[in-house]
Design a protein around this ligand. Structure first.
Ligand code: BV8
Length: 234
C-alpha cells in the first residue's frame, strides 16, 4: 500500500508556529502574499529578510518542538517502511524543520526550508541558522564585498514554482492512501494534489474545520492534528 501525506501550517500550530490564516495572512501589517514574493524581495530585501529572520529565530527557540502529530507520522513511516509493503512520502508545505526533528526520513519540503539559504547567482544551498541580511557576507567569498546580499531564503515564494512537483505527481498517481493534515486547501499547486490521486485512493482530510478542498476527500476527521493523527494511525 502506497501512502502519501500532505501537511500544512495547521500541523505545526500546536507546536507554537502561527498559521497563515491565524494572522489573517498578515505579518506586521504586510500581506504575506506581498512579502513572500520575488517582487517583494526585489522591492525591499531588508523587509523580506526581516520577515524570515524573525521566523527563523522563532523556529530555533527552545519552546518550539515537534508535537504528537509530527511524531505519529514519523512512527507511521518507520512501521510502513519496516514492513516494506509500499512507498511512503511526506510532502510538507511548511518551511519549518519539525517533521525532520520528529524523525521523518522521507520529507519533501515543496515550499523550501527556512533553515536553508540559496546563492542567487549559483543556486548553491547553505544550511543556515543565523540572521540573514543584505550585508551578510557570502560563505564562499567572505572577503568579497561585491557578493554581500547574494543570499536569499531557500523558500518558494508566490509566483515561484514549488519543488519536487514531478515526484509529487508520481506519488499521487500511485497512492492508495492520501492524508492531508492542517492545510487550508487555498494554495496551489499543493491544494490540487488530491485531484491527481486515483479514484480508488482512500482520501482523508484532518483539519479543525471544512476547507475548499474538503469535497475532494472521502473522510473528514475534525479536530486537533495532535489528537487526530495518532488516532488515525494507531
Ligand atoms: C505557482 C513559503 C506557478 C513561503 C508558501 C496570482 C499570481 C501568482 C500566483 C497565483 C495567483 N493566483 C493563484 C496563484 C497561485 C499561488 C496561489 O495558490 N495563491 C493563493 C494565495 C491563491 N501559488 C503560487 O504562487 C505557487 N506557485 O503557482 O507557480 C506554477 C505552478 C506549478 C507549475 C508551474 C508553475 C507557490 C505557492 C507557494 C508560496 N509559498 N510558503 C513562506 O512560508 O513564507 S505558501 C504558504 O502559504 C505556506 O507555505 C502554506 O503552504 C500556505 C498556507 O497554507 P496552509 O499550509 O494550508 O496554511 P493555512 O494557514 O492557510 O491553513 C492552516 C490550516 O490548518 C487551516 O485549514 C486550519 O483550519 C488548520 N489548522 C490550524 N490549526 C490546526 C489545524 N488543523 C489541525 N490541527 C490544528 N491544531
Amino acid at each position: 500500500m502506497n501512502i502519501l501525506v500532505l501537511t500544512g501550517a495547521g500541523i505545526s500550530a500546536e507546536s507554537g508556529i502561527p498559521t497563515f490564516r491565524d494572522a489573517d495572512g498578515l505579518w506586521e501589517g504586510h500581506a504575506v502574499e506581498e512579502v513572500a514574493t520575488p517582487q517583494g524581495f526585489a522591492r525591499d530585501p531588508d523587509l523580506v529578510h526581516q520577515f524570515y529572520t524573525a521566523r527563523r529565530r522563532s523556529l530555533l527557540s527552545p519552546s518550539i518542538c515537534p508535537n504528537a502529530a509530527h511524531i505519529a507520522l514519523a512512527e507511521w513511516e518507520r512501521e510502513h517502511t519496516a514492513k516494506s509493503v509500499g512507498d511512503f512520502l511526506l510532502v510538507t508545505q511548511n518551511i519549518d524543520d519539525l517533521h525532520a526533528r520528529a524523525g521523518s526520513a522521507n520529507v519533501l519540503a515543496m515550499h523550501g526550508e527556512l533553515l536553508k539559504v540559496r546563492c542567487v547567482e549559483s543556486g548553491k544551498l547553505f544550511d543556515w541558522r543565523d540572521d540573514l541580511s543584505v550585508d551578510t557576507p557570502h560563505p564562499d567569498f567572505p572577503d568579497d564585498e561585491s557578493r554581500r546580499g547574494w543570499l536569499r531564503p531557500h523558500v518558494v515564494w508566490f509566483g515561484e514554482v514549488p519543488l519536487g512537483l514531478d515526484q509529487i505527481a508520481q506519488a499521487a498517481s500511485q497512492a492508495d492512501l492520501f492524508l492531508a493534515v492542517g492545510t487550508s486547501g487555498l494554495v496551489y499547486p499543493a491544494a490540487g494534489i488530491v485531484q491527481s490521486t486515483k479514484p480508488s485512493c482512500r482520501k482523508i482530510e484532518i483539519n479543525l474545520g471544512d476547507t475548499p478542498a474538503s469535497p475532494a476527500f472521502d473522510e473528514h476527521r475534525r479536530g486537533q492534528a495532535s489528537v487526530e493523527v495518532p488516532k488515525l494511525i494507531r
